[in-house]
Write a protein that binds this ligand. Sequence first.
Ligand code: FES
Length: 111
Amino acid sequence: MLHWYKIEQAEFLKKQGISEYKVGGRVICITWLEDQFYAFSRKCPHAGAPLKNGWCEHGKVICSFHRHAFDLTSGRGDPGQHNFISIYPTKYEENEYYVGLETGFWQRLFS
Ligand code: FES
């Protein structure tokens, strides 16, 4: 079940590049790019580097360690990498930004 969480301090986050962001009991990465938020995995699947240290270009996030690139819409790694990251949906509604995360049974019970 998808649960939408409000992105707190959205105006601040828009100016921060890639940030780690705690939401729904998880830590994810979030960035503002071309007038929308993108939310994705905290760690690179290649060797676990924090993606907050990377950068975005041409619709991809680039890991700073070994330059693996991941599409910000599909999460797919570049050809030959054979890996991917999780992408979390975002939306803008009633003057607020939201990120959607799948919630498990226990999270639903105690939220
Ligand atoms: S750890 Fe990210 S590319 Fe190697």
